[in-house]
Design a protein around this ligand. Structure first.
Ligand code: PHE
Length: 434
């Protein structure tokens, strides 16, 4: 499959739908959206290009790519990436399990109007763990080998379908009575909140998560590329598709929340914003809702699978390189361990939330900082590598400037606040068990 399609497959997933809606709901709406868009353009895009340049230039997996350009001192960063992959996939699989459950509900029973009350029960417990394990099994089988072509073909059909469904739902949402305050919430930014550090941190974490940045996933895709690719153009297309689908998802969720009177249910469990709101709308659409809802959650599940594959691929390719294991062995053992690590997330939404904060606010933002320093300052002449296939591009000066100064400065600023806050959330969680 083409690089652009594969990278979009990695980027587009639960991050665009579930996480984007949930964080927008939690952080007060439009201000978060504005910051997320700005950070994607100023920080996300330069780091995306940096990862892809690093991958294509070295033609190696993350750990080796770092050693190739920076020497062995940079190898440990590769292990940070692997840890991030481990941590993210462990709870990502749990949420993907929810999409499995919702697809089954659409097919076998139809959505119930009081799904909001059922959400907490669906999201946590033994069933949630089993569905996570089923999803992980599919991910492992794909990464272990063989069926990659099949899943890629499925994604090539289902991702455009997901896009069309989201657009259709956005139009449907616009016809609902009472959605106006939803649009205001989503689109009218409040200046005071724009300056909030907390919202900034969440927006930066989301920008990295949604674009699959800061942990070597995009680097890995880059390593399969030939020198005929125009990297700046292709990274802009990837980021545009990723942001576009998230933005339209917001145009579905927020008018619906207000039109269907779900504000209380959603503020009670922001993690469930998407999983509470959409089924409620589907329930009101009768049979059409079952069909549209079933297709929507099935397509989202495939989107989650292509993202999960890229997460596991980072862990597996590094294990193959580092420990000399076969692909089969690495996929099954690492995938199995990740499945077990999902156990606490499947049983408690609080644990899931803290894992998500640690992964994004510490690992991905920290990884992004290290990558920007690496490509901006350590790697020799990244601009000439980036120019191959893209001769005549005039933006490289700006790219290097952003990568060297703006990206590290902004990420340091964010991390200064995010690190103590996230560690506090971890200790708070641990304390709650005693
Ligand atoms: N970008 C993916 C999503 O939005 C998640 C992901 C993060 C995938 C990091 C790979 C690496 O769902």
């Amino acid at each position: 499959m083409g690089f652009v399609a594969a990278a979009i497959g990695s980027a587009v997933g639960l991050g665009n739908m579930w996480r984007f809606s949930y964080l927008t709901a939690e952080n007060g709406g439009a201000a978060f959206v504005v910051l997320y868009l700005a950070i994607t353009a100023l920080v996300g895009l330069p780091v995306l290009l940096a990862e892809v340049v690093l991958g294509r230039g070295s033609q190696q997996s993350p750990v080796r790519a770092l050693a190739h350009y920076g020497g062995n001192a940079w190898r440990p960063l590769g292990f940070v990436f692997v840890t991030a992959g481990f941590l993210i996939l462990a709870y990502y699989g749990v949420i993907a399990g929810w999409t499995l459950r919702y697809t089954a509900i659409a097919v076998f029973a139809g959505f119930d109007a009081d799904i909001a009350d059922q959400f907490a029960g669906i999201a946590q417990g033994g069933d949630a763990f089993i569905l996570h394990a089923v999803f992980m099994l599919a991910t492992i089988v794909v990464v272990a080998g063989g069926v990659k072509g099949g899943i890629e073909r499925a994604a090539l059909i289902l991702m455009p379908l997901l896009f069309l469904l989201v657009c259709g739902l956005a139009i449907y949402a616009a016809t609902l009575e009472g959605g106006g305050s939803g649009y205001a919430y989503y689109l009218q930014a409040d200046l005071g909140k724009l300056l909030s550090r907390d919202v900034l941190t969440q927006a930066a974490g989301q920008a990295f998560f949604s674009l699959s940045l800061g942990m070597g996933a995009m680097l890995t895709f880059g390593s399969y590329l030939g020198r005929d690719h125009n990297l700046p153009n292709e990274t802009v297309i990837i980021a545009g598709a990723d942001v576009g689908i998230a933005f339209i998802a917001g145009l579905v969720v927020f008018p619906m929340i207000f039109a269907l009177g779900l504000s209380d249910a959603v503020s009670g469990s922001t993690v469930g914003a998407l999983f509470i709101t959409l089924p409620q709308a589907f329930a009101g659409m009768g049979f059409v809702g079952r069909v549209v809802g079933g297709l929507f959650f099935a397509a989202l599940m495939v989107g989650a699978l292509t993202s999960a594959v890229s997460l596991l691929e980072v862990v597996v390719s590094s294990t193959i390189d580092g420990l000399g294991w076969t692909r089969q062995r690495a996929a099954w053992i690492m995938g199995g361990l990740i499945t077990l690590l999902g156990l606490p997330a499947a049983f408690s939404l609080d644990v899931l939330d803290v894992m998500d904060q640690v992964a994004n606010n510490l690992f991905l933002l920290g990884g992004g900082l290290a990558l920007s320093i690496f490509v901006g300052w350590v790697m020799k002449d990244p601009v000439s590598e980036a120019s191959i296939g893209a001769e005549g591009t005039r933006w490289f000066f700006l790219w290097r400037l952003l990568l060297r100064f703006v990206v590290p400065a902004l990420l340091l600023f964010v991390l200064y606040d995010a690190v103590p806050k996230t560690l506090k959330a971890v200790t708070g969680l641990v304390a709650s068990f005693f």
